[in-house]
Design a protein around this ligand. Structure first.
Ligand SMILES: *Cc1c(COP(=O)(O)O)cnc(C)c1O
Length: 432
């Protein structure tokens, strides 16, 4: 346990809680000579645009993630688009997705002629609320996209059951939760297909890239046909798909999606090295983050956003870790004031929630394809737009969470300093 600080808040002229720490505590991704050698080898060989190393990366990723097939792409946005096309999302279809997520869990549906329908989140997990999914299913619902938000696994038992019952496809966006476990099983293996970003800020990073994985050969082949024209001739087994996208003539491969999804092999090479070290780096993060939150058990106004560390679920690499903020326990202190005081204590943190997508003009007004009406409703029979007030928990989230330090190493002394800053500010909230 840490001492309850009796000191004055730093914002009121007291001493800072966090004085000194090793900058490597937060540095990510961890890049060593091994990554450098792998990348330079690709550069010197001039093989940035070929596929051998990418395919090795895909095989290794599939082995780790527990899937039969993996397909790497130039970014997570492309992988998620391929996943949507892979499950057959198309004109007039609806896809249920949380409103609080990065836009690339949802927006691509519109480029397929489908539309996102937003569901509210669960107040504890901050992931899509299964009951709200079920309420929003209509005969037009083709797919559900879940996001394991900020590392927290979704309630997959309920969600899988709902999708089975209503025969809708289930896609997992694992961009926040690479390697997270739900009841002993890795997320990304519950749905029909999973996809994730591998960009530099994510917990598993290859530089800039994305990956899709599935056990369903036909989803894999549709994803391949959508954006990987140069691989279809060699890899497609579905004769009809192959006849269409890669007729047996010279240079005849064309992508169905008119996009080029190929991953730069410098990134694939770095990905192979990163993946090899990821399990051990991830477990260090898990120890560090759980240490931080254990120190703050019982502090008023703040609660961990995490799974029970004694359960067989985990938060993976704890991407963008958040805390729940309960202003009602702190005399109604707004989260912005709480954060200001933390910043003064030497904690470089901020607010943490994504802007709710259902309130964004792009989803309510933009007529992207000149249909004479907003693209969101251009292909649907009903107006699926969701006004302010329709998803109360998503809309309130920004005031009820804050960012916490994302420790990459289990440095007990430094973590105690950071935890003492949070404790001090919460204990002195009345003075703010
Ligand atoms: C980062 C992210 C993506 C998109 O990935 P890019 O690699 O940046 O294209 C998709 N979904 C979520 C939830 C993300 O956080």
């Amino acid at each position: 346990m840490i001492k309850t600080s009796t000191q004055k808040l730093s914002i009121h002229g007291g001493a800072k809680s966090v004085e000194q720490f090793d900058k490597s505590l937060f540095h990510w991704p961890i890049v060593t000579d091994e990554d450098e050698r792998a990348v330079i080898e690709v550069l010197r060989a001039g093989s940035m645009s070929y596929g051998d190393i990418t395919k090795q990366f895909e095989r290794e990723f599939a082995g780790w993630a527990g899937a039969k097939y993996a397909l790497a792409s130039c970014n997570g946005t492309a992988s998620l688009l391929e996943a949507m096309f892979g499950v057959g999302l198309g004109r007039g279809d609806e896809m249920i997705v949380p409103s609080v997520t990065y836009w690339a869990s949802a927006l691509q549906a519109m480029s397929l002629g489908a539309t996102p329908v937003f569901a509210d989140i669960d107040a504890d997990t901050l992931c899509i609320d299964p009951r709200d999914i079920e309420r929003r299913i209509t005969p037009r619902t083709k797919a559900v996209m879940v996001v394991h938000y900020c590392g927290h696994p979704c309630d997959m038992d309920s969600i899988v059951a709902i999708c089975k019952k209503h025969r809708v496809k289930l896609i997992e966006d694992v961009s926040h939760a690479h390697g997270a476990m739900y009841n002993g099983r890795m997320v990304g293996t519950f749905g029909d297909v999973a996809a994730a970003s591998l960009m530099s800020g994510k917990s598993l990073s290859v530089g800039e890239g994305g990956i899709l994985w599935t056990n369903d050969r036909s989803i894999y082949e549709r994803a391949l046909a959508f954006g990987h024209y140069e691989r279809t001739k060699g890899e497609l087994t579905d004769p009809e798909l192959k006849r269409i996208v890669a007729p047996d003539q010279f240079m005849s491969g064309l992508p169905l999606g008119a996009i080029k999804g190929r991953l730069n092999q410098t990134c694939a090479a770095m990905g192979r090295v990163q993946l090899k070290h990821y399990p051990s780096r991830m477990s260090k993060i898990q120890r560090a983050m759980n240490r931080f939150w254990d120190l703050l058990e019982g502090v008023p106004g703040i609660r961990a956003h995490r799974v029970d560390p004694k359960s067989n679920s985990t938060m993976g690499g704890w991407y963008n870790p958040l805390g729940h903020y309960l202003p009602e326990e702190l005399n109604g202190l707004p989260v912005t004031k709480f954060i200001e005081a933390l910043n003064a204590e030497g904690v470089a943190t901020g607010r943490g929630a994504n802007f709710p997508l259902h309130l964004h003009p792009v989803l309510n007004e933009a007529d992207v394809y000149h249909d004479g009406k907003p693209t969101r409703i251009a292909f649907t029979e009903r107006d699926v737009r969701q006004p302010k007030g329709s998803l109360p928990r998503s809309e309130a989230l920004a005031d009820r969470v804050f960012g916490v330090p994302w420790f990459k190493h289990d440095d007990a002394e430094a973590i105690e300093q950071f935890a003492s800053a949070f404790r001090k500010v919460a204990m002195h909230a009345a003075a703010l």
